[in-house]
Design a protein. Sequence first.
Length: 145
Amino acid sequence: MEDLIEEFDANHAEHIRVLLGAIRKFEVKSYLLDSYAEAYPVDTEKSLPWLFQLSATIQLPGDETDRTETREYVFTDRLSGTVQVAGSKQYNTIFEIPQPLLDALYELTEEMEIPPEMKDEPVLTPAAHRAITCTCSNLDTLTSR
């Protein structure tokens, strides 16, 4: 497994190991709500969307047949250096995550481009298509329609 992680992404291998450890034994820094919601309700007027999802299917040993279990967690954006909120529909809870997981998620997601609809921003309509044609007989000539 270690070789696969290093081969996949040597720069983020340690952060990937933290995620794998969290899937095996998920730890919580503090519980915030004892029910799940489709967005994290900060207060009665404001909520934060879940921007990231961590999902894994785990093969559990069994008698004659192996069973599988899917674990899924959703996360807000990092709220501060020490706070990021997560939720689990499966366990019907919302909570803060511990610092090692928070740091690993940040390192793995900081350069991800979040789609505008996930940030409650309008989705822009593409501008009218404009064709550009290059005349190959004379490479100095470029025509635009």
